[in-house]
Design a protein around this ligand. Sequence first.
Ligand code: NAI
Length: 278
Amino acid sequence: MPLTAYDLSGRTAFVTGSASGIGRASAVLLAEAGATVHCADRDAQGLHETATLIKDAGGTAHTHTLDVADRTQVDQAVASATAATGRLDVMAAIAGIMHNSPVLETRDEDLDRVLNINFKGVLYACQAAARAMIAANTGTTTTAATATNADEANRSRRPGSIITMASGAVDTGGPGLLCYGAAKAAVVQLTKTLATEVGPHGIRVNAVAPGWIRTPMTDRHDTATQAHTEGLMVRMSPLGRVGEPEDIAHAVLHLASDASAFTTGQILRPNGGVAMPW
Ligand code: NAI
């Protein structure tokens, strides 16, 4: 039984990018905390594997095969998730791709592809989630207009939490990271802007900016290169290890849950201490 503040029983979560890596670990952990989890990704086989992991552990999962860069597909999947359970409490917009190219070799199509998936894909998920959360709260019996005070109105609202996936790249930059870093910087701006706009509806919006995490995205497909990269990360971290998807899933759970009820518009940086920005 999770601690009360981390208990997501009766809540519905939607997780993009949940066929693999950080998204899969997050979907599994949110389900373990009691949420009904809607897993979305373009990889149908990976989605099936994630849903099986959740169900085998006694949780509830539904799958949505979609391209996050297609607004219609995202809207339809979120609408179907909302229809199935009556509401949406958590959106974790995690799907993303890596792209490396020097600035002078970056083509329009590279920039478009990365921005479409890593920024617009997050934007569409955030918009669909925020609309669903606002619509659910509009039906609340005690509204700001009828409550005797603002505190009462706030308590009567069902809390909503939107989590975006940024990256340590927004703090450090690095060679080849123009497209990826630009999209992640845009995600941070989206997070802060949306937090100010939907806060009055009782909805929190926060970003997670992980450091280097061992997932298929960071797999170099070459033992020597992989060992070199991981060795570098181990030396850079005061904790002396690389990050695992579960490290980020716990950050997602924290932001999804009432444990972070007074946290919005923030960037949480689970990076092993590799970077320590103000
Ligand atoms: P991953 O490659 O294991 O998982 C990414 C998932 O997103 C995959 O299941 C993939 O099918 C899905 N996806 C990609 N494009 C999609 C699209 N157009 N529509 C639907 N699904 C799509 O990668 P990982 O490492 O788990 O990354 C997850 C997120 O975390 C990404 O946004 C990534 O930028 C971010 N991140 C990862 C870090 C790392 O070191 N692994 C560090 C910082 C951020």
